[in-house]
Design a protein around this ligand. Structure first.
Ligand SMILES: Cc1ncc(C[n+]2csc(CCOP(=O)(O)OP(=O)(O)O)c2C)c(N)n1
Ligand SMILES: [Mg+2]
Length: 394
Protein backbone atom coordinates (compact mmCIF):
# COMPACT_ATOMS: atom_id res chain seq x y z
CA UNK A 1 0.00 0.00 0.00
CA UNK A 2 1.28 3.47 -0.86
CA UNK A 3 1.90 6.13 1.78
CA UNK A 4 -0.92 8.26 0.39
CA UNK A 5 -4.09 6.37 1.21
CA UNK A 6 -6.57 6.12 -1.61
CA UNK A 7 -10.34 6.18 -1.46
CA UNK A 8 -11.02 4.06 -4.49
CA UNK A 9 -11.52 7.19 -6.54
CA UNK A 10 -9.15 10.00 -7.37
CA UNK A 11 -8.94 12.28 -4.33
CA UNK A 12 -6.12 14.45 -5.61
CA UNK A 13 -8.46 16.78 -7.35
CA UNK A 14 -6.64 19.17 -6.87
CA UNK A 15 -4.58 18.45 -3.77
CA UNK A 16 -6.71 18.78 -0.62
CA UNK A 17 -6.24 22.00 1.32
CA UNK A 18 -3.65 21.50 4.04
CA UNK A 19 -1.13 23.62 5.91
CA UNK A 20 0.64 20.99 8.01
CA UNK A 21 2.15 17.91 6.43
CA UNK A 22 2.07 14.53 8.16
CA UNK A 23 5.23 15.42 10.08
CA UNK A 24 3.74 18.65 11.41
CA UNK A 25 5.81 20.92 9.17
CA UNK A 26 4.18 24.07 7.87
CA UNK A 27 4.02 23.16 4.18
CA UNK A 28 0.84 24.57 2.60
CA UNK A 29 -0.52 22.79 -0.45
CA UNK A 30 -1.08 24.97 -3.50
CA UNK A 31 -4.84 24.94 -2.84
CA UNK A 32 -4.24 26.34 0.68
CA UNK A 33 -2.65 29.61 -0.40
CA UNK A 34 -5.88 31.55 -0.77
CA UNK A 35 -6.90 30.66 2.82
CA UNK A 36 -3.58 31.49 4.48
CA UNK A 37 -4.66 34.96 5.63
CA UNK A 38 -7.30 33.33 7.86
CA UNK A 39 -4.43 32.14 10.05
CA UNK A 40 -2.78 35.46 10.83
CA UNK A 41 -4.04 35.48 14.39
CA UNK A 42 -3.13 31.88 15.09
CA UNK A 43 0.09 31.55 17.02
CA UNK A 44 1.64 29.08 19.39
CA UNK A 45 -0.70 29.89 22.30
CA UNK A 46 -3.84 29.34 20.18
CA UNK A 47 -2.43 26.06 18.89
CA UNK A 48 -1.70 24.98 22.44
CA UNK A 49 -5.33 25.61 23.32
CA UNK A 50 -6.45 23.50 20.35
CA UNK A 51 -3.99 20.78 21.33
CA UNK A 52 -5.34 20.77 24.88
CA UNK A 53 -8.94 20.34 23.67
CA UNK A 54 -7.85 17.50 21.38
CA UNK A 55 -5.89 15.72 24.10
CA UNK A 56 -8.69 16.13 26.65
CA UNK A 57 -11.21 14.74 24.19
CA UNK A 58 -8.92 11.79 23.37
CA UNK A 59 -8.52 10.91 27.06
CA UNK A 60 -12.26 11.25 27.64
CA UNK A 61 -13.03 9.16 24.58
CA UNK A 62 -10.65 6.37 25.60
CA UNK A 63 -12.15 6.31 29.08
CA UNK A 64 -15.65 6.04 27.60
CA UNK A 65 -14.71 2.93 25.63
CA UNK A 66 -13.49 1.38 28.89
CA UNK A 67 -16.69 2.40 30.66
CA UNK A 68 -18.79 0.75 27.98
CA UNK A 69 -16.75 -2.44 28.28
CA UNK A 70 -17.40 -2.38 32.01
CA UNK A 71 -21.15 -2.12 31.44
CA UNK A 72 -21.38 1.51 32.54
CA UNK A 73 -22.48 2.86 29.15
CA UNK A 74 -24.97 1.27 26.79
CA UNK A 75 -22.88 2.24 23.76
CA UNK A 76 -19.98 4.48 22.84
CA UNK A 77 -19.09 6.10 19.50
CA UNK A 78 -15.38 6.99 19.53
CA UNK A 79 -14.03 10.04 17.72
CA UNK A 80 -10.38 8.97 17.88
CA UNK A 81 -8.57 10.22 14.76
CA UNK A 82 -11.13 12.89 13.91
CA UNK A 83 -10.12 15.50 16.48
CA UNK A 84 -8.16 17.64 13.99
CA UNK A 85 -11.07 18.62 11.80
CA UNK A 86 -13.31 19.04 14.82
CA UNK A 87 -10.85 21.35 16.58
CA UNK A 88 -10.43 23.55 13.51
CA UNK A 89 -14.17 24.02 13.08
CA UNK A 90 -14.82 24.41 16.82
CA UNK A 91 -12.40 27.33 17.03
CA UNK A 92 -13.52 28.84 13.72
CA UNK A 93 -17.12 29.08 14.98
CA UNK A 94 -18.33 32.19 16.81
CA UNK A 95 -20.44 31.89 19.98
CA UNK A 96 -23.60 33.00 18.12
CA UNK A 97 -23.28 30.22 15.52
CA UNK A 98 -25.40 27.10 15.91
CA UNK A 99 -23.98 23.61 15.50
CA UNK A 100 -25.91 20.45 14.57
CA UNK A 101 -23.75 17.37 15.21
CA UNK A 102 -23.96 13.65 14.43
CA UNK A 103 -23.05 11.41 17.38
CA UNK A 104 -19.26 11.73 17.19
CA UNK A 105 -18.48 15.42 17.70
CA UNK A 106 -17.29 15.08 21.30
CA UNK A 107 -14.59 17.72 20.91
CA UNK A 108 -17.06 20.31 19.67
CA UNK A 109 -19.39 19.52 22.57
CA UNK A 110 -16.47 20.07 24.93
CA UNK A 111 -15.34 23.36 23.38
CA UNK A 112 -18.91 24.73 23.27
CA UNK A 113 -19.27 24.12 27.02
CA UNK A 114 -21.39 20.95 27.05
CA UNK A 115 -19.65 19.04 29.82
CA UNK A 116 -18.29 15.56 29.20
CA UNK A 117 -20.71 14.26 31.81
CA UNK A 118 -23.60 15.53 29.73
CA UNK A 119 -22.28 13.63 26.75
CA UNK A 120 -21.96 10.35 28.63
CA UNK A 121 -25.37 10.83 30.24
CA UNK A 122 -26.84 10.27 26.76
CA UNK A 123 -24.84 7.10 26.20
CA UNK A 124 -25.87 5.83 29.63
CA UNK A 125 -29.52 6.40 28.81
CA UNK A 126 -29.99 9.04 31.49
CA UNK A 127 -31.58 11.80 29.50
CA UNK A 128 -34.82 12.05 27.63
CA UNK A 129 -33.46 14.85 25.50
CA UNK A 130 -31.49 18.01 26.01
CA UNK A 131 -27.90 18.20 27.14
CA UNK A 132 -28.15 19.90 30.46
CA UNK A 133 -31.47 20.89 31.90
CA UNK A 134 -29.84 23.73 33.81
CA UNK A 135 -28.58 25.38 30.63
CA UNK A 136 -30.83 24.86 27.63
CA UNK A 137 -28.55 26.97 25.38
CA UNK A 138 -25.42 24.83 25.77
CA UNK A 139 -23.26 26.92 23.52
CA UNK A 140 -25.80 26.54 20.69
CA UNK A 141 -24.61 22.96 20.31
CA UNK A 142 -27.68 20.94 19.37
CA UNK A 143 -28.45 17.35 20.26
CA UNK A 144 -26.63 14.36 18.90
CA UNK A 145 -28.60 12.79 16.05
CA UNK A 146 -28.57 9.06 15.45
CA UNK A 147 -30.94 9.15 12.48
CA UNK A 148 -28.39 9.60 9.70
CA UNK A 149 -28.70 12.88 7.83
CA UNK A 150 -31.77 14.11 9.74
CA UNK A 151 -29.75 16.91 11.31
CA UNK A 152 -28.95 18.30 7.84
CA UNK A 153 -32.65 19.09 7.53
CA UNK A 154 -32.82 20.53 11.05
CA UNK A 155 -29.77 22.69 10.38
CA UNK A 156 -31.03 23.96 7.05
CA UNK A 157 -34.39 24.84 8.58
CA UNK A 158 -32.56 26.63 11.36
CA UNK A 159 -30.37 28.52 8.91
CA UNK A 160 -33.43 29.49 6.91
CA UNK A 161 -34.90 30.91 10.13
CA UNK A 162 -31.70 32.90 10.74
CA UNK A 163 -32.02 34.32 7.25
CA UNK A 164 -35.69 35.23 7.50
CA UNK A 165 -35.16 36.81 10.94
CA UNK A 166 -32.38 38.95 9.48
CA UNK A 167 -34.58 40.01 6.58
CA UNK A 168 -37.35 40.96 8.97
CA UNK A 169 -34.93 42.96 11.12
CA UNK A 170 -33.89 44.78 7.94
CA UNK A 171 -37.54 45.66 7.28
CA UNK A 172 -38.07 43.09 4.54
CA UNK A 173 -41.12 41.04 5.51
CA UNK A 174 -41.13 38.87 2.37
CA UNK A 175 -40.47 35.16 2.65
CA UNK A 176 -38.44 35.30 -0.52
CA UNK A 177 -35.09 34.27 0.85
CA UNK A 178 -33.51 33.21 -2.43
CA UNK A 179 -31.23 36.15 -3.13
CA UNK A 180 -27.81 36.17 -1.51
CA UNK A 181 -26.76 39.33 0.24
CA UNK A 182 -28.70 39.39 3.51
CA UNK A 183 -26.19 39.57 6.35
CA UNK A 184 -27.34 37.48 9.30
CA UNK A 185 -24.37 37.92 11.62
CA UNK A 186 -24.75 34.28 12.64
CA UNK A 187 -24.47 30.97 10.83
CA UNK A 188 -25.35 27.30 11.18
CA UNK A 189 -22.89 24.43 10.95
CA UNK A 190 -23.97 20.88 10.28
CA UNK A 191 -21.81 17.79 10.62
CA UNK A 192 -22.42 14.46 8.98
CA UNK A 193 -20.44 11.54 7.61
CA UNK A 194 -19.56 10.04 4.24
CA UNK A 195 -22.26 7.41 4.67
CA UNK A 196 -24.92 9.94 5.64
CA UNK A 197 -24.08 11.89 2.48
CA UNK A 198 -26.11 9.26 0.59
CA UNK A 199 -29.24 9.90 2.63
CA UNK A 200 -32.18 11.65 1.00
CA UNK A 201 -32.32 14.04 3.97
CA UNK A 202 -28.77 15.23 3.39
CA UNK A 203 -29.35 15.78 -0.32
CA UNK A 204 -32.67 17.57 0.20
CA UNK A 205 -30.94 19.85 2.68
CA UNK A 206 -28.40 20.78 -0.01
CA UNK A 207 -31.22 21.63 -2.42
CA UNK A 208 -32.86 23.95 0.10
CA UNK A 209 -29.59 25.47 1.27
CA UNK A 210 -28.62 26.35 -2.29
CA UNK A 211 -32.09 27.47 -3.27
CA UNK A 212 -32.57 29.80 -0.29
CA UNK A 213 -28.89 30.70 0.11
CA UNK A 214 -28.91 29.81 3.80
CA UNK A 215 -26.11 31.05 6.09
CA UNK A 216 -24.76 27.56 6.58
CA UNK A 217 -21.63 25.42 6.43
CA UNK A 218 -21.85 21.69 5.79
CA UNK A 219 -18.92 19.78 7.31
CA UNK A 220 -18.70 16.24 6.02
CA UNK A 221 -16.18 14.16 7.90
CA UNK A 222 -15.21 11.59 5.33
CA UNK A 223 -13.66 9.02 7.65
CA UNK A 224 -13.66 6.42 4.84
CA UNK A 225 -16.20 4.09 6.36
CA UNK A 226 -19.90 3.93 7.09
CA UNK A 227 -19.64 1.06 9.54
CA UNK A 228 -18.37 -1.67 7.15
CA UNK A 229 -19.19 0.11 3.86
CA UNK A 230 -16.25 1.94 2.27
CA UNK A 231 -16.76 5.44 0.92
CA UNK A 232 -16.05 4.30 -2.65
CA UNK A 233 -19.33 2.41 -2.48
CA UNK A 234 -21.19 5.58 -1.43
CA UNK A 235 -19.89 7.73 -4.23
CA UNK A 236 -18.05 7.38 -7.51
CA UNK A 237 -16.87 10.95 -7.19
CA UNK A 238 -15.30 12.93 -4.33
CA UNK A 239 -18.10 14.05 -2.03
CA UNK A 240 -17.33 17.76 -2.30
CA UNK A 241 -17.91 17.56 -6.05
CA UNK A 242 -21.46 16.45 -5.40
CA UNK A 243 -21.97 19.67 -3.43
CA UNK A 244 -20.59 21.70 -6.34
CA UNK A 245 -23.35 20.15 -8.41
CA UNK A 246 -25.93 21.54 -5.99
CA UNK A 247 -24.44 25.00 -6.48
CA UNK A 248 -22.54 25.35 -3.19
CA UNK A 249 -18.97 26.48 -2.95
CA UNK A 250 -17.23 23.33 -1.84
CA UNK A 251 -13.69 22.19 -1.09
CA UNK A 252 -11.81 19.15 0.09
CA UNK A 253 -9.44 19.54 3.02
CA UNK A 254 -6.98 17.35 4.87
CA UNK A 255 -9.23 16.61 7.82
CA UNK A 256 -6.33 15.69 10.08
CA UNK A 257 -4.91 19.20 9.80
CA UNK A 258 -6.69 21.51 12.25
CA UNK A 259 -5.22 24.57 10.52
CA UNK A 260 -6.91 23.62 7.24
CA UNK A 261 -10.26 23.07 8.97
CA UNK A 262 -9.91 26.35 10.85
CA UNK A 263 -8.91 28.46 7.85
CA UNK A 264 -11.57 27.16 5.48
CA UNK A 265 -14.20 26.97 8.23
CA UNK A 266 -13.52 30.56 9.26
CA UNK A 267 -13.71 31.82 5.67
CA UNK A 268 -16.91 29.91 4.83
CA UNK A 269 -18.57 30.89 8.10
CA UNK A 270 -17.76 34.57 7.66
CA UNK A 271 -19.06 34.50 4.11
CA UNK A 272 -22.22 32.75 5.28
CA UNK A 273 -22.82 35.34 8.04
CA UNK A 274 -22.28 38.15 5.55
CA UNK A 275 -24.92 36.86 3.15
CA UNK A 276 -22.71 34.81 0.84
CA UNK A 277 -24.77 31.63 1.13
CA UNK A 278 -23.82 28.08 2.10
CA UNK A 279 -20.46 26.32 1.88
CA UNK A 280 -19.43 22.67 2.03
CA UNK A 281 -16.24 21.18 3.43
CA UNK A 282 -15.27 17.57 2.79
CA UNK A 283 -12.72 16.72 5.48
CA UNK A 284 -10.62 13.68 4.60
CA UNK A 285 -9.97 11.87 7.84
CA UNK A 286 -10.12 8.40 9.32
CA UNK A 287 -12.00 6.63 12.08
CA UNK A 288 -9.12 4.99 13.94
CA UNK A 289 -11.40 3.24 16.42
CA UNK A 290 -14.42 1.04 15.90
CA UNK A 291 -17.63 2.53 14.50
CA UNK A 292 -19.10 2.05 17.95
CA UNK A 293 -18.38 -0.34 20.77
CA UNK A 294 -20.77 -2.79 19.02
CA UNK A 295 -18.50 -3.00 15.97
CA UNK A 296 -15.40 -5.07 15.20
CA UNK A 297 -13.55 -3.28 12.37
CA UNK A 298 -10.98 -6.07 11.98
CA UNK A 299 -13.71 -7.98 10.13
CA UNK A 300 -13.78 -5.57 7.20
CA UNK A 301 -10.62 -3.46 7.02
CA UNK A 302 -6.92 -4.12 6.73
CA UNK A 303 -4.46 -3.60 9.55
CA UNK A 304 -2.14 -1.88 7.08
CA UNK A 305 -4.75 0.78 6.29
CA UNK A 306 -5.23 1.44 9.99
CA UNK A 307 -1.51 1.78 10.56
CA UNK A 308 -1.16 4.22 7.68
CA UNK A 309 -3.72 6.45 9.31
CA UNK A 310 -2.31 6.02 12.80
CA UNK A 311 0.86 7.59 11.43
CA UNK A 312 -1.25 10.57 10.35
CA UNK A 313 -2.84 10.99 13.79
CA UNK A 314 -3.93 14.64 14.11
CA UNK A 315 -2.83 14.95 17.73
CA UNK A 316 0.67 13.63 17.04
CA UNK A 317 0.86 15.92 14.02
CA UNK A 318 -0.03 19.02 16.00
CA UNK A 319 2.36 17.96 18.75
CA UNK A 320 5.20 17.77 16.24
CA UNK A 321 4.27 21.19 14.91
CA UNK A 322 4.15 22.72 18.38
CA UNK A 323 7.53 21.22 19.22
CA UNK A 324 8.94 22.80 16.07
CA UNK A 325 7.67 26.14 17.38
CA UNK A 326 9.48 25.61 20.67
CA UNK A 327 6.83 24.04 22.93
CA UNK A 328 8.60 21.62 25.21
CA UNK A 329 7.98 18.48 27.30
CA UNK A 330 6.58 20.42 30.26
CA UNK A 331 3.56 21.53 28.31
CA UNK A 332 2.77 18.07 26.91
CA UNK A 333 3.20 16.42 30.31
CA UNK A 334 0.97 18.99 31.99
CA UNK A 335 -1.73 18.55 29.33
CA UNK A 336 -1.60 14.77 29.58
CA UNK A 337 -2.00 14.90 33.35
CA UNK A 338 -4.84 17.44 33.12
CA UNK A 339 -6.62 15.38 30.45
CA UNK A 340 -6.34 12.21 32.55
CA UNK A 341 -7.62 14.07 35.62
CA UNK A 342 -10.60 15.37 33.66
CA UNK A 343 -11.42 11.88 32.36
CA UNK A 344 -11.17 10.58 35.93
CA UNK A 345 -13.57 13.29 37.15
CA UNK A 346 -16.03 12.23 34.48
CA UNK A 347 -15.64 8.59 35.47
CA UNK A 348 -16.22 9.35 39.13
CA UNK A 349 -19.18 11.61 38.41
CA UNK A 350 -20.91 9.08 36.18
CA UNK A 351 -22.51 6.87 38.86
CA UNK A 352 -23.70 10.00 40.68
CA UNK A 353 -25.73 11.29 37.73
CA UNK A 354 -29.43 11.52 38.54
CA UNK A 355 -31.68 8.88 37.01
CA UNK A 356 -34.71 10.60 35.51
CA UNK A 357 -38.21 9.43 36.36
CA UNK A 358 -39.52 7.48 33.33
CA UNK A 359 -42.71 9.56 33.55
CA UNK A 360 -40.65 12.67 32.67
CA UNK A 361 -40.51 11.31 29.15
CA UNK A 362 -44.14 12.29 28.66
CA UNK A 363 -44.08 15.55 30.58
CA UNK A 364 -43.00 17.94 27.86
CA UNK A 365 -44.42 16.43 24.69
CA UNK A 366 -47.47 18.73 24.67
CA UNK A 367 -48.27 21.70 26.84
CA UNK A 368 -51.80 20.33 27.44
CA UNK A 369 -52.75 16.78 28.52
CA UNK A 370 -53.15 14.48 25.52
CA UNK A 371 -55.03 11.14 25.42
CA UNK A 372 -52.36 9.34 23.33
CA UNK A 373 -49.63 10.41 25.69
CA UNK A 374 -51.75 9.30 28.66
CA UNK A 375 -52.21 5.90 27.00
CA UNK A 376 -48.47 5.53 26.57
CA UNK A 377 -47.77 6.64 30.11
CA UNK A 378 -50.22 4.02 31.44
CA UNK A 379 -48.63 1.33 29.26
CA UNK A 380 -45.20 2.15 30.64
CA UNK A 381 -46.53 2.11 34.22
CA UNK A 382 -47.99 -1.37 33.63
CA UNK A 383 -44.74 -2.52 32.02
CA UNK A 384 -42.66 -1.25 34.94
CA UNK A 385 -45.06 -2.82 37.42
CA UNK A 386 -44.69 -6.21 35.67
CA UNK A 387 -41.06 -6.37 36.84
CA UNK A 388 -42.09 -5.78 40.45
CA UNK A 389 -44.73 -8.51 40.10
CA UNK A 390 -42.14 -10.89 38.59
CA UNK A 391 -39.69 -10.19 41.41
CA UNK A 392 -42.44 -10.72 44.04
CA UNK A 393 -43.32 -14.06 42.39
CA UNK A 394 -39.75 -15.35 42.18
C1 LIG B 1 -31.41 6.59 8.68
C2 LIG B 1 -30.41 5.64 9.27
N1 LIG B 1 -30.03 4.54 8.56
C3 LIG B 1 -29.15 3.67 9.09
C4 LIG B 1 -28.62 3.88 10.34
C5 LIG B 1 -27.61 2.89 10.93
N2 LIG B 1 -26.27 3.51 10.95
C6 LIG B 1 -25.81 4.13 12.04
S1 LIG B 1 -24.31 4.82 11.81
C7 LIG B 1 -24.23 4.27 10.22
C8 LIG B 1 -23.03 4.58 9.35
C9 LIG B 1 -22.80 6.05 9.24
O1 LIG B 1 -21.64 6.33 8.52
P1 LIG B 1 -21.13 7.79 8.27
O2 LIG B 1 -22.25 8.67 7.85
O3 LIG B 1 -19.99 7.69 7.37
O4 LIG B 1 -20.70 8.32 9.71
P2 LIG B 1 -19.58 7.73 10.69
O5 LIG B 1 -20.28 6.78 11.61
O6 LIG B 1 -18.55 7.09 9.84
O7 LIG B 1 -19.06 8.90 11.45
C10 LIG B 1 -25.38 3.54 9.89
C11 LIG B 1 -25.64 2.90 8.58
C12 LIG B 1 -29.06 5.04 11.05
N3 LIG B 1 -28.59 5.34 12.27
N4 LIG B 1 -29.94 5.91 10.49
MG1 LIG C 1 -18.00 7.56 7.87
Amino acid sequence: MSQTPTLGYDTVDPEPIRFLDDDGRYAPSSSAAEYADELVQIGESELREWYRAMAETRAFDTECTHLQRQGQLALWAPSVGQEGCQAGIAYAAEPQDHIFPTYREHLIAHVRGVGFLNVVAQFRGLTHGGWDVTDPANGNFHLYTLVLGAQAQHATGHALGQLLDAKRRAGDASMDAGEPGTATGEATIVFYGDGASSQGDANEALVFAASYQTPEVFVVQNNRWAISVPVARQSRTPLYRRALGFGLRAVQIDGNDPLAAYAVGRRFLREAREGGGPGYIEALTYRIGAHTTSDDPTRYREQEELETWQRRDPIARLERHLRSLGTGDDFFEEVRAAADAEAKRMREGLPLLPVPDPDDMFANVYSEPHPRIEEQREWLDRYEASFTAEEAGS
